[in-house]
Structures are given as C-alpha cells and as structure tokens.
Design a protein around this ligand. Structure first.
Ligand code: AKB
Length: 316
C-alpha cells in the first residue's frame, strides 16, 4: 500500500484530492499537510495532518521519514494573477518547494507528482489543439515557474532516476475550496454569484475561450498518472490533459438552463485578459489518452449541472 504525503492539502485541488486518496489508500496512509493550521475538519481529523511550510526542507524530511512516505503530491502554487502582483514570491514558492522535494528524493527515493498548467504556454504557442510538444514561451512568472518545473522534473528523472510525473492542467472548476488568484477563477465564481445573486460581472471578455476541467476529472488524472505503468510513458512530467473549452458566454448560457433569470455582464480586467489571451483555447491530450488511458467524464453540461446542484444544496 502506498504511503502518500499531500503538500498544500488545504488548497483548491488538495482539499478534494486528499479526501479521494484517503478513500482509495486508507485514511492513515495519506498524510495531509499545509502551511495553515486552520483547515477543514475532514482534512485535519480524517487522517494524519501536519502543519508545514513547503520551503522548510528539514520539517519535510522529518514527515517523510516519520510516515515512511513513498509518494508526494506537491500542490503548492502561487497562481497566475497573484504571481503577476508578487513575482519574487511566485518564483521562490513555486520553484523552492519543488527543488526541495527533488533534492530530498535523491536520498529518500519517493515519487513526486507536480502539476503544470496551460499557463506554461504563451502568445507564440498554437492556440487550438495545442500540441504536447510545442513552443513554450509563457508571458507570466507563473508560466515561467511551470516550464522550469517541468524541465527540472525531467532533469531529475534522467540524472537521478527519480520517479517524477505530472500533467498540464487546464483551469479547474470546483465547489469545495475556491481557487485563489488565478486567471480562470471566473469560471468558479460565476456559479456562486449565479446561485446567490442571479448575476455575475465577468473580468474576462466574451469570446475568451480557455481549456477547462471539472475537479473530479482533475483528481482522477493525478491519481491515474501516479498509478500508471511508466514503461508506456512517451512523456513524463507534463502530459496535456483536457476536458472542455468554453468562453464566458457559453458558460452563462449553460447556467441559464438551470437559473433562467441569470445575467452576465462584463468589466474586463486588462491584466487578466492579457494572460488569458496568451493561453490555449484547448490542448491536444492524445498522448495522455494513449499512454495511460486518460479519460475525462465531465463536459460543460455535466459539469454545470453538478456544480449547480451541489452548490444550491450547500448555499441555500
Ligand atoms: C490560473 O488561472 O492561474 C490557474 C491555471 C490555469 O493554472 N487556474
């Protein structure tokens, strides 16, 4: 049985991935950790929980040794919008946490999952059906850290034999923990506002298509790639994974099927719009589908139905 450490367990992905991992591998085999001590009850009490700063290599070694960890999901990230406001912090945290883990893995021999993102691409990348291997010159510091992270993971695998694996996530839509400081956050916020206020002011223009994915598929991708037979991998650290592509108008029309009085208006944030314009409309994820049988379950309609039903129950 695997012994798993999740770093950044209280974040958008971590809060749902940890719960799923505990269901699969057993509560005591999945150690949740976060820099915050105040985290949701089930994370703290549903299995082992440790407070740790991702840059504190000593504490991370202690945890890995204490629990005999063989797999680490490193979900620490400063996202694109916050990264543009605080580039030094984005560099230090996004790459500092990863470098710590890669260096520790040389000795302690654990596998590492590192998420990359559509943010790794830039203006000169083909926007439609973005290939697995293509031009990668991102326009944000977040993207720069993602490309560097992908390359570092490849390098540590080739040079030291570390079992590094990862995917390039689209924007992720979820209903447990809100994302913090991303460009694709509108696609989560719109659901809360639709249910609570029946209207939403969008900070990206109509017509801004972006690659998106519902959280159950994102969680499934992370678990599936870590379970996959790596003999079949033609890539390793940054498989494109894709599920749906839409613009704010299409999403608003889906929401109107459930909340007919819903209205969307636009007040564009130029910084975010520039970032969104530099990202793919949709990625070609055929390598992931062929190499480790990646499949998504939720399209825009199924995601919208599930988001609205789940959030209505919780918010009303
Ligand atoms: C962001 O918007 O920064 C993230 C991402 C697409 O990686 N959600």
């Amino acid at each position: 049985m695997k012994r798993i450490l999740v770093i950044g367990a209280a974040g958008q992905i971590g809060s749902e991935l940890t719960v799923k991992l505990r269901k699969i591998y057993g509560d005591n085999n999945v150690i949740a950790s976060d820099i915050r001590a105040q985290v949701p009850y089930d994370l703290k009490h549903g299995g082992p929980f440790e407070v740790v700063d991702c840059l504190d290599a000593h504490k991370i070694v202690d945890i890995i040794v204490k629990y005999n960890v063989d797999t680490v999901y490193n979900l620490v990230a400063i996202l694109s919008a916050v990264g543009e406001a605080k580039p030094d912090m984005a560099w230090d945290i996004n790459l500092g946490s990863l470098l710590n883990l890669l260096d520790l893995a040389k000795e302690l021999k654990f596998a590492i999952f590192t998420p990359s993102s559509i943010g790794a691409f830039g203006n000169s990348t083909p926007k439609d059906n973005t290939p697995q291997e293509t031009i990668m010159r991102p326009n944000t510091i977040y993207g720069v850290t993602k490309v560097a992270g992908e390359l570092l993971c490849d390098y540590y695998h080739k040079k030291y034999g570390i079992d590094t694996r990862g995917v390039r996530y689209p924007g992720i839509i979820s209903n447990v923990t809100k994302p913090g400081g991303g460009t694709t956050d509108y696609a989560v916020e719109i659901f809360y506002k639709a249910i609570q206020e029946k209207k939403f002011t969008c900070n990206l223009k109509a017509g801004t298509f972006l690659d998106m994915m519902y959280m159950p598929d994102a969680v499934n991708a992370a678990i599936k790639i870590m379970e996959a037979d790596s003999e079949k991998f033609r890539h390793r650290n940054a498989y494109n994974v894709s599920a749906m592509s839409f613009d704010p108008e299409m999403l608003a029309n889906e929401i109107k099927k459930w909340i007919p009085e819903f209205k969307i208006e636009y007040k564009v944030n130029d910084v975010l719009q520039k970032i969104a314009n530099s990202w793919p409309n949709n990625m070609d994820d055929s390598y992931a589908r062929e190499d480790w049988n990646w499949q998504h379950k939720f399209d825009i309609s199924a995601m919208t139905e599930d988001m609205i039903k789940t959030l209505k129950k919780r918010l009303n």
